[in-house]
Design a protein around this ligand. Structure first.
Ligand code: SAH
Ligand code: SF4
Ligand code: F3S
Length: 452
């Protein structure tokens, strides 16, 4: 009889950071000899990589976890793991809430999964949430895509936005060295990856914690310097990055993006609110005028650049007039995409304790009005693509139509066109746009061969 190695299952909630962490944890489990499984009910090791940015994200985790905890009562040899931001926030309290758990591990501990699992297999219930220096990863991540890859450049966040749990759960900023980042990207290029997205919660903070200040007092390790340092890696055709912070965003960065051909014309710069008083209460450190200036400067140098952002409605104390300032900003700027959310009070954050909370009804109403405007503006922005020839990097088959493939424009618009994925995956293709929708496009191939 052959012995089938046990299977593991990972469900990932939350942002790109969590997705990148999950890919590294999957890589560790692969190296330990386990086999991935899509279905948690087939798996011996079940890992939930969790998000706590809003209450509904957190509650989702508990319902998934409840089902597996029940299963474990019948099958005690299951290993149940909660990783990520809920794990960090709740720590020991999670074990009291779900005693079936074997391992609770915060995001800074993702690269230590093997070590932590060994402690579990020795019969311990383990909680790993103490702040640590993140060790450089030595395992190969199991990446979901064969075409695009995430590369962390800075972990954590030192800001104090009054609504946000991220600094509490991701810890203080830790930049990776330019050399480590470049080496990872070179390996990706050799493996055939074509696009890299550089990740940080506040990517403009990159390098603040690294040595590299010149005699003139200038830091030579800024994010802009990093872009110049990694832009020419063989095989990597496109470079993206997220998330930019308006408080630290520089003109030098815009110039670098305009100058470096591989850096895509897309900026993700959350503004959160279009009202200066709300921005102040959020402790964001900029005004809507400053935000508008940034966008003006981008558009002066890169007229076609796509702009996306995040915004919150119903922050404590937000009046109708203040909310309308957010609508006005969205109307004036015309975002290609906007992630919107109703404010959710989070444990351990200052704004959660304020008495001027906005009712759920008003939040829901504002969210709906904002989303409507976002779709109208995105549809207008999509019009500029009509009949244009765009460069698409082909990623997958269109899930809803197997005769089509899907990829993205340099500006990050999803684009579908007829084609065979076996022939086209990972190729840069010139596509003429024949149909536009608010958040996606359809086109026809102009040129099958790789563009570059
Ligand atoms: N570092 C990024 C955002 C990280 S969190 C930045 O500074 O913009 C992703 C988004 O979630 C935020 O941009 C914000 O719009 C939203 N968000 C964060 N905390 C929230 C809360 N308590 N309620 C509602 N939305 C929230
Ligand atoms: Fe949260 Fe603000 Fe840090 Fe973004 S910059 S992760 S919103 S604290
Ligand atoms: Fe969520 Fe943690 Fe990301 S709270 S949004 S997974 S940093």
């Amino acid at each position: 009889m052959t012995i089938i190695p046990p299977r593991y299952h990972i469900t990932t909630f939350g942002c790109q950071m969590n997705k990148a962490d999950s890919e590294r944890m999957a890589g560790i489990l692969d190296q330990m000899g386990y086999i991935p499984s899509e279905n948690p009910n087939d798996a011996k090791i079940i890992l939930y990589n969790t998000c706590t940015i809003r209450d509904n994200a957190e509650q989702k985790v508990y319902s998934y976890l409840g089902r597996q905890a029940k299963r474990k009562q019948q099958q005690p040899d299951l290993t149940l793991i909660v990783a990520g931001c809920v794990a960090q926030q709740e720590g020991e309290a999670l074990l009291r809430r779900v005693p079936e758990l074997d391992l609770v591990m915060g995001p800074q501990h993702a690269n230590r999964l093997q070590d932590l699992l060994e402690q579990v297999f020795n019969g311990n219930q383990v909680v790993a949430t103490e702040p640590i220096h993140i060790v450089e990863d030595i395992t190969k991540p199991r990446r979901d895509s064969q075409v695009t890859a995430w590369v962390n450049v800075i972990y954590g966040c030192n800001e104090h936005c009054t609504y946000c749990v991220v600094p509490g759960v991701r810890g203080l900023e830790q930049s990776r060295t330019p050399e480590a980042i470049r080496t990872e990207m070179e390996q990706l290029g050799q493996q055939g990856y074509k696009e890299v997205t550089l990740l940080g919660q506040n990517i403009d903070a990159y390098g603040r914690d690294l040595p590299g200040v010149t005699a003139a007092g200038r830091n030579q390790n800024t994010f802009t310097d990093l872009l110049y340092y990694v832009h020419n890696i063989p095989g990597i055709e496109r470079i993206r990055f997220a998330t930019s912070h308006p408080r630290y965003f520089t003109e030098r960065l815009i110039k670098a993006c305009a100058e470096l051909p591989k850096v895509c014309e897309h900026f993700h710069i959350p503004f959160q609110s279009g009202d200066n008083q709300v921005l102040k209460a959020m402790a964001r450190g900029y005004t809507h005028e400053k935000y508008r200036q940034i966008i003006d400067k981008i558009r002066a140098l890169m007229p076609d650049a796509s702009i996306s952002a995040d915004a919150i409605v119903g922050f404590p104390g937000e009046t109708e007039a203040q909310f309308e300032n957010t609508l006005k900003l969205v109307e004036d700027i015309g975002f290609d995409q906007l992630n919107t959310a109703a404010y959710s009070p989070r444990p351990g954050t200052p704004a959660a304790l304020w008495e001027n909370q906005v009712s759920e009804e008003i939040k829901a109403d504002r969210l709906q009005r904002l989303n409507h405007l976002v779709a109208v503006k995105a549809a207008e922005r999509s019009q500029r693509y009509m009949s244009r020839t765009e460069e698409i990097l082909v990623e997958y088959t269109n899930l809803k139509n197997a005769a089509q493939v899907m990829g993205r424009t340099r500006g990050n618009r999803l684009t579908f066109f007829a084609g065979d994925i076996n022939q086209l995956q990972g190729k840069l293709v010139k596509v003429k746009i024949t149909e536009v929708r608010p958040f996606s496009l359809t086109g026809e191939v102009m040129q099958f061969a790789e563009v570059r």
